[in-house]
Write a protein that binds this ligand. Structure first.
Ligand code: TRP
Ligand code: SF4
Length: 343
């Protein structure tokens, strides 16, 4: 890597499932934070395509396209492949081996108790999730993490339980297996909780792909304006002449994230006095969102050319493999497995 301080920087690892084109909620909830972290830490960011299989095993045909779109959005958002390592989980074999080794030492009860397990099983109706692989979802995540011996794992609140399990798995592993000198191989990583501003979608609920209320990072300007126009507002503001309350309006929640202080003041004044209409207000919001996304969309076009993304992911996969082997050489020895055969 080009940064000479790489060796001394603390390490960060995080991942995202290949959900396809990312939206503003994904950006504010994770990606923007990653872009900041890459300058300060030695960062590994990967697309969790094996995790996608745990729920989408019956039809895996969309995973390659979804993986590519996520990678494009990461690069568009400003992840710099010279600065951090970006890769696809399944292209680094050791995720699978470490997961398998963890499966030997993890009591079933630990996995059955993870809160996302029953929740997701109930939410994702229409999919049979009473599988071995789905129960192991958070254990695969533990392998993803511990494989890189990171100091920090930046995640949102919804993933904290998974990092907590990861710490327990590390502790159990370290009890059974040690270095020849008795020291621990897998340090317990810490959560780096991503501060997530409240980001409503166009229907006023949390922005989420499953609600169909998102604005994509790759949406062209007319699409952004079209999506924002019918957005839910302060329900008390029925007629143009009714004053509104920005603090009860999801449009204003987005202004708080994307618009300047001046624009926010102008909205507050105009809304509470009925001096502006909601259409005008949403137009200003669209201006701010378009301005935020414009540089990303330029980069996206650049990275979408030819095989650029594939080359970046391949180079990242090689770099990640090298780092993963460092851990696995010690893990294999500690478990009394023979070393990997390399050609
Ligand atoms: N489970 C995470 C999610 O749904 C994705 C993920 C997989 C992950 N492996 C990880 C996140 C390792 C952080 C670290 O968002
Ligand atoms: Fe919401 Fe803006 Fe309409 Fe006020 S003017 S209710 S902040 S959309």
């Amino acid at each position: 890597m080009s940064n000479p301080s790489t060796q001394s920087r603390k390490r960060v690892l995080s991942g995202m499932r290949p959900t396809g084109k990312l939206h503003l909620g994904n950006y504010m909830g994770a990606l923007a934070n990653w872009v900041r972290l890459q300058n300060e830490y030695e960062c590994y960011f990967f697309i969790a395509d094996l995790h996608a299989l745990t729920t989408d095993y019956a039809d895996t045909s969309q995973i390659p396209d979804n993986t590519r779109e996520v990678a494009l959005d990461w690069l568009a958002a400003g992840l710099d492949p010279e600065q951090c390592t970006i890769f696809i989980q399944s292209q680094v074999n050791d995720h699978s081996l470490l997961h398998l080794l963890f499966s030997m030492i993890t009591p079933l009860g630990w996995l059955e108790r993870v809160p996302t397990y029953k929740e997701q099983q109930e939410n994702l109706t229409g999919k049979d999730l009473s599988t071995y692989g789905f129960l192991g979802y958070p254990l695969l995540q533990s392998a993803d993490i511990l494989l890189y011996q990171p100091d920090f794992v930046p995640v949102g609140q919804d993933q904290v339980a998974h990092v907590e399990l990861t710490r327990e798995v590390a502790r159990r592993f370290n009890q059974f297996y040690k270095r020849p000198d008795g020291s621990e191989i897998l340090p317990e990583p810490q959560v780096l909780l991503t501060p997530a501003p409240k980001l409503p979608g166009t229907d006023g609920r949390k922005m989420s792909k499953s609600y169909g209320n998102t604005i994509l990072l790759s949406d062209p300007e007319p699409e952004i304006r079209k999506k924002l126009k019918p957005m839910v507002t302060d329900p008390a503001r029925i007629r143009r002449t009714d004053p509104g309350d920005p603090d009860k309006c999801p449009v204003f929640d987005l202004h708080k994230v994307f618009s300047s202080a001046e624009t926010q003041a102008k909205v507050r004044e105009g809304c509470t006095t009925a001096g502006i209409g909601c259409i005008e207000c949403k137009g200003w919001l669209a201006d701010a969102v378009v301005a935020e996304l414009a540089p990303m969309q330029e980069r996206r076009i650049k990275f979408a050319q030819g095989n650029l993304v594939d080359d970046i992911l391949k180079a990242g996969g090689k770099r990640a493999t090298t780092r993963a082997r460092q851990t696995m050489t010690e893990v294999r020895a500690a478990v009394h497995l023979p070393p990997e055969v390399s050609e």
